[in-house]
Design a binder for this molecule. Structure first.
Ligand SMILES: C[S@@+](CC[C@H](N)C(=O)[O-])C[C@H]1O[C@@H](n2cnc3c(N)ncnc32)[C@H](O)[C@@H]1O
Length: 239
């Protein structure tokens, strides 16, 4: 029933306003987002011990790759973002955590990654998809820079149906206030549905990736190396 689908309302692609960067890195947002981030970290680590190189696309202040690096001593991580302020924030966090030499953050566009083919053992992305007007070139870049059989995993918010939208935003956004609450509402309205995600994947180099729901709020996909086991923690395959 098409009338149940709320049209997507895109939001600005890059988060570069000081207020946005501040809101995202603030203590208020941190408490709730930490739990969400941790569930992604567990999902990625559930594929087995990580070593080599991990790339995080649309890394923001770098919280997720830094958490993974802390738990994976044989892993080096790279985060890319189109916002210079975010990259600077991530570099500050790297120094504060003493992870220099194992964590690197660079300014780059997700649709034109300057890395060579098949370099990364793991490629991840969290909460970038809803910013993208054209996700397919980004999926293609993620596939290109990942080693054949390397883990590629993306997670993002889910846009609910017209009937559920207002309640969904009020209930799941109850942890936020001020700028962060507005950012959350705009992000949910800009997010993709499971059906849209499947369609995008079909037309990309990641066709065949497994899609999943995480709780009621998120969706995503992964392409796992053949011997990987999918972690039940933090993600269930979509029906
Ligand atoms: C909602 S934040 C998520 C940050 C981080 N992944 C996290 O989960 O905390 C989205 C980030 O994607 C970045 N971004 C948006 N479009 C991008 C693009 N085309 N290339 C690289 N980064 C992009 C934004 O600047 C912002 O920092």
């Amino acid at each position: 029933m098409k009338w149940l689908v709320v049209p997507r309302t895109p939001e600005p692609e890059v988060m570069d306003e000081p207020e946005e960067v501040g809101a995202y890195a603030s203590a208020a947002a941190e408490a709730y987002l930490d739990g969400v981030d941790n569930s992604l970290v567990e999902q990625v680590l559930g594929f087995g011990p990580l070593e080599g190189w991990l790339l995080d696309v649309g890394t923001g202040p770098g919280g997720i790759p830094l958490k993974i690096a802390r738990r994976s001593p044989k892993l080096r991580v790279v985060g890319v973002d189109r916002s210079l302020r975010m990259v600077e924030e991530a570099k500050r966090a790297t120094r504060a955590e003493g992870l220099d030499g194992r964590a690197f953050f660079v300014l780059a566009d997700a649709g034109r990654l300057g890395f060579r083919d098949a370099f990364f053992d793991v490629v991840i992305s969290n909460s970038l998809l809803h910013h993208l007007p054209e996700p397919v070139p980004v999926f293609n870049e993620m596939a290109r820079v990942a080693k054949p059989g390397g883990l590629v995993l993306l997670r993002d918010l889910r846009r609910p149906s017209r009937l559920a939208l207002a309640f969904h935003i009020r209930w799941h956004g109850r942890h936020y206030s001020g700028t962060m609450r507005k950012l959350y509402r705009d992000s949910v309205r800009a997010a993709y549905t499971a059906e849209e995600l499947r369609g995008l994947l079909q037309g990309s180099a990641l066709a065949g990736a497994q899609t999943f729901h995480h709780r009621r709020t998120h969706l995503g996909f992964y392409r796992a190396r053949p011997r990987a086991r999918h972690s039940r923690e933090g993600g269930n395959p979509l029906p």
